[in-house]
Structures are given as structure tokens and as C-alpha cells.
Design a protein around this ligand. Structure first.
Ligand code: OFO
Length: 165
């Protein structure tokens, strides 16, 4: 059974994962209208993954005697200065999510909720992977700089960057 404190903290994370999905969906749309199909597909997949992260939390909260809250979401930014800016925002957002998961893990220890603590370990590992992936992408984008040909090749190759869900 979840304590009210844990239920509230998990519901907050549900909203963050839902907002992450929207943020990446907006990035996918921007890349698509710019004609960069590979980046768009990659971001659509990221958006789907974030929705899965949200659903996993929703099910956990409901199964543990809580009630998952489906709340209003903050609208994401829909345009970007450049792909570099877009991927910088993605990286920053993943770091923000990692901090939020860490805080959640901290609360479970304070509350002595070891079941939720155990459940959250999957998110801890996932964030390590996602931060690493975002950093790899940023490194590549920084190498490319303003080179259009480089961006074209990057767009072709980005779908091969595999991420687990
Ligand atoms: Fe939900 O993993 Fe990224 O943010």
C-alpha cells in the first residue's frame, strides 16, 4: 500500500513522463516539417518511450492501492533555433528527469517504502542510458556544426542509435 506522500510523488513523476512525451513529440514534428525524416522518426520513438514510462508508473500506482492522476500538461516549445539547440534541450531535459527520479528514490528511503524503491531501480538504469545517448548525440551534433552535408548523414544514421525502452 502506498503512503500519501509516495502516491503524490509518483503522480508528479507521471506528469513529468507525460510532459517528456509531449516535448519529444513536438521535436519530432519540428524535425519532420524541416524534412529530416530520420531525426523525426527517432523523436517519435522517444516520445512513445516516454509514454511507456508514464504508463508503467500509472499501473504501479493503481496496483499498489493508489490512484494515478492524469493531469493537465505544460505545453512544450514547438520551434527551435537549430538542431543543436533542440538536442541541447533534450539533454537538459533528461538530466532534469534523472534528478527527479533521484529525488523520488530518496523519498522512498525516507518513507521506508522498499517496494517502490525496488520498482524505481528500472528508472534509475533507464536514465543512465538516456543521458548517455543524449550526450552521444550532442557530441555528434557539435562535430557537425553548421555543415549541411553532415546533418544529412546524421539524419540518415540517427535511427541506428538504439535505445531500450
Ligand atoms: Fe522517461 O526517460 Fe527520458 O525522460
Amino acid at each position: 500500500m502506498l503512503s500519501k506522500t509516495i502516491e503524490k510523488a509518483l503522480n508528479n513523476q507521471i506528469r513529468i513522463e507525460a510532459e517528456s512525451s509531449q516535448i519529444y513529440l513536438a521535436m519530432a514534428c519540428w524535425a519532420e516539417v524541416k524534412g529530416l525524416e530520420g531525426i523525426a522518426n527517432f523523436m517519435y520513438a522517444q516520445s512513445d518511450e516516454e509514454r511507456d514510462h508514464m504508463l508503467k508508473l500509472v499501473k504501479f500506482v493503481n496496483e499498489r492501492g493508489g490512484h494515478a492522476q492524469i493531469s493537465a500538461l505544460k505545453a512544450p516549445g514547438v520551434t527551435f533555433e537549430s538542431f543543436k539547440e533542440m538536442f541541447e534541450l533534450l539533454f537538459k531535459h533528461e538530466v532534469f528527469v534523472s534528478n527527479s527520479i533521484n529525488e523520488l528514490v530518496h523519498i522512498t528511503l525516507q518513507e521506508k517504502d522498499y517496494a517502490t524503491h525496488n520498482f524505481l531501480q528500472w528508472y534509475v538504469s533507464e536514465q543512465i542510458e538516456e543521458e548517455a545517448m543524449a550526450r552521444t548525440i550532442l557530441d555528434k551534433i557539435n562535430l557537425i556544426g553548421d555543415d549541411k552535408g553532415g546533418l544529412y548523414l546524421f539524419d540518415r544514421d540517427i535511427e541506428n542509435l538504439t535505445v531500450s525502452s
